[in-house]
Design a protein around this ligand. Sequence first.
Ligand code: FES
Ligand code: FE2
Length: 426
Amino acid sequence: MSTVAGESPQAKQSADNEVTGRLSKQWSARLPLPDSHLVDTRIYTDPAIFEQEIERIWHKTWLPVCHESELANPLDFRSSGIAGDVPIVIVRGTDGKVRTFLNVCPHRGNLIVRKARGNLSVAEPSGNSNHMTCMFHGWQFNAEGRCVEIPRERAGYQDRVCKAGMGLRQIRTEVAYGGFVWVNLDDDGESLDDYMGGIFDYMKVELESEPLEVFHYQKVVINTNYKYFHETGREFYHDFLHYHNRQTGMMQKGYFDRKYVPYKNGHCLIGLTISQYKAYQGYEDRGLTFPGMPKNGWKGIGLFPGITFNLRSSCLRVNFMTPISENRVLIEVRGLGLKRDDDETRASRIRDFNTIWGPFGRNAHEDFLAIQTQAVAVRPGSGAKYCVMAREEDDTTHDEIGLRCYYSEWSRRMGRLASDPTRTHP
Ligand code: FES
Ligand SMILES: [Fe+2]
């Protein structure tokens, strides 16, 4: 080590160790920001907080589970898991009505429907057609949830247990807002319309002028906290991540005019903007739209606790989530067009969808990569303390008001502050 004339070796050593970042004390100190502008990273990593989220949020809010076009015919069914992986089965009855049941046998708790989708007229190997048959002891249930067969019922149960008292657990179900099937595990909570608070008026023309149809379904399991993914639908500051959005949006006139509008119950509107698709090399304007949607228009809705409706002119992308643990989430992505599309129109919508979101598109993977590496860096013991949600830009494109409105609702429902989960929500 060389020293300059007159400088002691100790002084040089001290200069070499000059602290240019922050020492532990400063790093861990809270920034001088209000509670609304910070999120404590423990709410992404703590299993006890996750369990409480499932109970206080996911078991009490309206969640979409599929679209009516995926249950087009009587006796069509789909099975899945919701809200921390509660098994459910959704069935269209012979009366045309869509109902949802817990996919749990009332006898000894086996899973009843084992296929992801199908039609009940096709019998399971051990069952009868038109019924859901539990493979374990052969109890059968019809599409309305009634128990219609208990093998050797009288011989074993005499008159102590009977079919009439052993129906499936029925879950509140509504088909609304563009034909989506919504469920709520809480029998006593608010109505679907009260929960939405009118937010779908913003997309009423686009979603309800004529029937929609699912043309794309993709399922992804990611080792991350579910909130990280939903956050990507509520702030566009991260357009710096997306090549597509930089080209078609950020570098274009009007990009920073887009507005966010916070809504009741933690929902938010993402204002209309016009994308310049031609600016993406090799791509063209989107000729197709939805009813009421301007050419190349883009608008969105973010719903608490983790649903996004994202309409980019010719195609609608809707994301649902099923949180599995504090660090694992199932994301389901659906793409929709109009039911009356002819083959050419549909192909065009699918091309538009895939360019940006599909399995070989751009944006979806960029988001998935970002939220996966967030979870790597913010694991317990890594030293990460806070996520900063403090951008204020007149509620426009790079403002983080959408995140703040989410965490305000999160804090209210959890009874604890997102900025410090050890403190009670006032
Ligand atoms: S557990 Fe379903 S019939 Fe026994
Ligand atoms: Fe994104």
